[in-house]
Design a protein. Structure first.
Lengths: 143, 134
């Protein structure tokens, strides 16, 4: 015991052995239901998109500035790093968009019962993956 | 204060819902809530338009980008998209900061930095769009 507060955390078993009381498990112990995953992903994708706005701003500024600056940003986007960033950007945008529509439907007072929010959750997941894949297939085909 | 005191029976007769409606603990929470929802709703069609535009601009030269932004519809929608995005973004980052950043001082600092950055980035984007489209 290092602190008087620890006194509340110890107990004796029936055979008199001193043990520390069990604590309630923290987040990582619990199963992650879909609704929980999507809820935190909505925030994470929102923060990621906020960081991604820097790329949009850079692209617009470069286009407004000069041919050289525009060539630099275009070559960054076409580089391996740029493409990875852009795939992440696409994924975050589609997820936040579809998940956001789901939130707006809830806010309007619809589909907030368990069967519906589980179903709509999977619709968001499938739509995100499908839209991202389709965008890149079309995008790379045009390129 | 004493001059604006309401008769007691009004608070007793009002339902909890009636008292809470538009009058949460922060007094202005519902306004924030509406701003976040309305900017989200505006961004749904604007985002689909923006994604479509990205396809259209794939591999475009600088002149083609300028020509695209010279169309009235494009420049109006692009400025709307940028303003909507940064407005919605600073509201979202505000709630994330309020939920996760501990300590009044640090939270205020994070809020000032995110809001200032959002406004500056929005201005940078709008000015660039206006310079490009002619």
């Amino acid at each position: 015991m290092r602190d008087v507060r620890d006194a509340l955390m110890v107990a004796r078993t029936t055979d008199g052995k001193l043990v520390s009381r069990p604590l309630s498990p923290h987040m990582q112990i619990y199963r992650w239901p879909l609704s929980m995953v999507l809820s935190i992903s909505h925030r994470v994708s929102g923060v990621a998109l906020s960081a991604g706005t820097v790329l949009l701003a850079w692209w617009l500024v470069a286009a407004a500035m000069s041919e050289a600056a525009f060539a630099t940003v275009q070559s960054f986007i076409a580089s391996p790093v740029g493409l990875v960033v852009l795939v992440g950007w696409t994924l975050a945008l589609f997820f936040h968009l579809f998940s956001g529509i789901r939130h707006l439907v809830w806010d309007a007072g619809f589909a907030f019962d368990r069967p519906w929010y589980n179903l709509s959750g999977w619709v968001v997941v499938v739509a995100t993956v499908a839209a991202t894949a389709a965008s890149w297939l079309v995008g790379l085909a045009i390129w | 204060m004493s001059g604006t005191k309401k008769p007691v029976h009004i608070d007793i007769m009002r339902s909890p819902l009636g008292r809470a409606r538009g009058f949460g603990p922060a007094r202005s929470g519902s306004r924030y809530w509406w701003a976040q929802r309305m900017s989200a709703a505006a961004l749904v069609p604007l985002s689909f338009w923006f994604i479509g535009s990205v396809f259209r601009l794939e591999g475009a030269t600088r002149d083609q980008v300028a020509a695209w932004l010279s169309e009235p519809l494009s420049i109006i929608l692009m400025i709307s998209f940028v303003i909507g995005t940064f407005y919605h973004m600073q509201l979202g980052l505000q709630i994330v900061a309020e939920d996760y950043v501990k300590g009044e001082g640090r939270r205020m600092l994070v809020l000032v930095i995110t809001k200032t950055t959002s406004v500056l980035l929005a201005l940078v984007c709008v000015v660039s769009i206006l310079k490009l489209g002619r």
